[in-house]
Design a protein around this ligand. Structure first.
Ligand SMILES: NC(=O)C1=CN([C@@H]2O[C@H](COP(=O)(O)OP(=O)(O)OC[C@H]3O[C@@H](n4cnc5c(N)ncnc54)[C@H](O)[C@@H]3O)[C@@H](O)[C@H]2O)C=CC1
Ligand SMILES: O=C(O)[C@@H]1CCC=N1
Length: 275
């Protein structure tokens, strides 16, 4: 039987955008709100999370980890080491520390945690909030198969998970971790173009959103290569090929290649600066 998350106590340390998305997805797959404590810097943010999800909240990170079997560290990369130092003495020896931070290697966690503390490095993305995310899972050397399965059970309601090696995670982050931002950028640009053509803002935005949603589902459900699906839309002598030519003239494909390289390189820089 697959590992279930129900009954597991989970602490989220620093509950901003990404941790809230993971929390929201996890609650939909059996994690009980009463088993969750989410830490915040501002009490008003705690009240917001308590009202929205029914979880416990606190500003005391060390107190939050005391009974936790899973501890998700959701602060910005520059704040991770200080957070680990603050909670390290309060962790149960079997608590699995889950990293979501871009760039930071497992070795940083090992340096700031008690010897043997299980750690799992992940790279989620924000569609986790609606159960449509994809998360990379890299088991640390100290994490047993039970620990990794438990983290995967936590992530089950957030979408898909994929075990990869630590060498691959910077590329994964550049594509899937940051990827939703590229799609939102394209949707915004398409909607603006619709306004240029005379549509109202509301109509233009809803057409752009529905088109991206539909195209994503078509890709997923048919399993067809995107180039084939693109060909099926661009009829010879038709309209779409005219638009695609302008995208090529504008260097959009090449820009994607250099954009992902830049995101990947920034993860490596963060590892050099902070790791
Ligand atoms: N936003 C995204 O799409 C993704 C983010 N990540 C990673 O997730 C992590 C968090 O990023 P975001 O959620 O975007 O940032 P965020 O700024 O929204 O969340 C960080 C939260 O931590 C809180 N915090 C900071 N210090 C704290 C402390 N001492 N005690 C309690 N709370 C504290 C902040 O108040 C904030 O709410 C980063 O390490 C990032 O690399 C990974 C994949 C995607
Ligand atoms: O931009 C960032 O640093 C984070 C990591 C991946 C997505 N957002």
């Amino acid at each position: 039987m697959s590992t279930q998350i129900a009954g597991t106590r989970v602490a989220f340390l620093g509950t901003g955008t990404m941790s809230e998305a993971v929390l929201s997805g996890a609650l939909s797959s059996g994690l009980a709100p009463s088993d969750v404590v989410a830490t915040v810097r501002r009490p008003a943010r705690g009240e917001e999370l308590a009202e929205r999800y029914g979880v416990g909240t606190t500003t005391d990170n060390a107190a939050a980890v005391r009974d936790a079997r899973i501890v998700v560290v959701g602060v910005k990369p520059k704040d991770v080491a200080a957070m680990l130092d603050a909670v390290s003495d309060a962790l149960a020896p079997d608590a699995v520390v889950v990293s979501v931070a871009v760039g930071l290697p497992l070795s940083l966690y090992a340096r700031h945690l008690p010897a043997g503390q299980p750690v799992v490095r992940t790279m989620p993305n924000t569609p986790a909030q609606v159960g449509a995310g994809v998360t990379a899972v890299v088991p640390g050397e100290t994490a047993g198969e039970d620990d990794v399965a438990l983290v995967e059970a936590l992530l089950a309601g957030t979408g898909r998970t994929l075990r990869i090696t630590e060498k691959e995670i910077d590329a994964f982050g550049a594509l899937a971790g940051s990827g939703p931002a590229y799609v939102f950028y394209v949707v915004d640009a398409m909607a603006e173009a619709g306004v240029l053509l005379g549509l109202t803002r509301d109509v233009a935005r809803s057409l752009a959103v529905q088109t991206v949603l539909g195209a994503g589902r078509l890709l997923d459900e048919t399993g067809e290569h995107p180039a084939i699906l693109r060909e099926k839309v661009s009829s010879p002598g038709g309209t779409t090929i005219q638009a695609l030519k302008r995208l090529d003239d504008g260097g959009v494909r090449a820009a994607f290649l250099t954009a992902l390289e830049a995101a990947r390189d920034r993860s490596r820089e963060l590892a050099d600066e902070l790791g």
